[in-house]
Design a binder for this molecule. Structure first.
Ligand code: ASP
Length: 413
């Protein structure tokens, strides 16, 4: 009986085949044109499908996340500490990603300006200042935000709708069930679209290598290196230090205890699938059971520091590829968008790459550029999921200690 190859293996084969076909086409006259005219369009179809799914995914996953926070009222104290921890560490992650991405860029390790066929140009970001961006994230018309795929506006709409559904209480039961069921459908659709990714990877890789030459492969290795250095810095400087300072656990003990979950996340590339293992690790490390059972599931949905780092590094790389230099104001926008995008990222394999479309759109970087790094996304995903899960465990230990301190103070009174 024939066994179906797993998706990561299919993607790997598509990647290698794409590189080989690209190199062959680069060497024969008319080869690059062939890839541009007959292979790239199939990659474009795949990118179009990604673009088409991103609005419903962001809208529904964020509304669902807010609705599930209903419990936060009951566990208000744990809730706000958890969310504060998540937001602070994610913002730090973005800064680390941006600093390293810029350092690599400044050192000339990222290529500047991809060569395009004559007459072709990347659509550039229109330079908007921070205040304009702030004003523009508030929509005047919900439907035009959806049709224009203005992701910041979509997030604001999700926040407002989610909050209003919570405020409406029992009367909103019907819409809650609708959101649940619609999200289940969208998740299935997302899985289907992702299953087509080998076609997108093969055709885009062949086109990129044929038209850009083999150098692009070396460039991808450098972006990966940049992201992994940032992952390591964040794990060591933020999580282990937080676990030591607030959770009273030595870094060695912390990483040793979290190791099984980190490895499971690294290979499964899904925070959600790692949840049972991370719960066990957190309990072993001394996290309070109630705290862990609140922090870890919430973290596996909204705490994605690895994803945030990846999105920042990828944005700098792709911006550089299409000849853009991000201004300071634009970088602030990247931090805000990547933080929100990582919150909206589902804890499943490859979701962060889909949400990267949102950051790129906000920056005016063509979403098609994603295909350049799509082939190696799994390699990014392994590291970012590992970091995402480590962050959840670190948070559960810190909140446990904060709650214990609060209880002690209360008892002393
Ligand atoms: N795979 C990641 C996770 O589950 C999400 C992502 O793709 O960034 O945590």
């Amino acid at each position: 009986m024939k066994k179906k190859l797993s998706l990561p293996i299919q993607i790997l084969i598509a990647l290698i085949l794409g590189i080989v076909v690209g190199l062959i086409c680069a060497a024969i006259p008319g080869g690059p044109d062939f890839t541009a005219n007959y292979l790239k369009p199939f990659g474009t179809i795949f990118v179009n499908l990604l673009k088409f799914i991103v609005v419903p995914v962001v809208l529904l996953s964020m509304i669902q996340g807010i609705i599930s926070m209903e419990d936060m009222k009951k566990v208000g104290s744990v809730g706000w500490k958890t969310v504060a921890f998540f937001l602070c560490t994610t913002a730090i992650a973005c800064v680390i990603g941006l600093v390293l991405g810029n350092a690599f860029n400044a050192a000339g390790l990222f290529p500047k300006g991809l060569e395009l066929a004559e007459g072709q140009v990347w659509e550039k970001a229109t330079s908007a200042n921070f205040m304009d961006t702030l004003v523009n994230i508030f929509p005047t018309n919900m439907w035009s935000s959806f049709t224009a795929a203005n992701m910041l506006q979509v997030i604001v709409i999700a926040l407002f709708l989610g909050g209003s559904i919570l405020a409406a209480g029992e009367k909103a039961r019907l819409i809650r069930d609708f959101v649940d069921s619609a999200y289940a459908v969208i998740e299935k659709l997302m899985t289907f679209i992702i299953s087509l990714s080998p076609i997108g990877v093969f055709t885009m890789m062949a086109w990129v290598v044929a038209t850009q030459g083999a150098q692009i492969i070396g460039n991808l290795a450098l972006v990966l290196l940049c992201a992994y250095i940032a992952y390591a810095i964040h794990a060591i400087c933020v999580y282990s230090v937080a676990a030591k300072a607030f959770g009273k656990i030595s870094p060695v003990k912390f990483f040793k205890g979290a190791f099984p979950a980190m490895m499971f996340a690294f290979t499964s590339t899904s925070s959600a699938a790692t949840l049972p293992v991370s719960t066990e690790c957190a309990n072993e490390l001394g996290a309070d059971k109630d705290v862990a059972s609140f922090v870890l599931p919430l973290g596996s949905t909204i705490n994605m520091d690895g994803t945030a780092i990846y999105q920042c590094v990828a944005t700098i790389f792709l911006a550089s590829l299409c000849g853009m230099n991000l201004t300071l104001g634009q970088m602030v926008t990247v931090v805000v968008t990547a933080t929100l995008a990582s919150i909206g990222t589902a804890g499943v394999s490859g979701a962060g790459m889909i949400m990267l479309a949102m950051v790129l759109t906000a920056m005016g970087i063509p979403v098609d550029m994603i295909m350049i790094i799509y082939g190696v996304d799994r390699l990014f995903d392994m590291g970012r999921t590992c970091l995402n899960v480590t962050g959840d465990i670190s948070c559960s230990l810190c909140v446990t200690q904060w709650e214990a301190k609060k209880a002690l103070k209360k008892a002393a009174k």
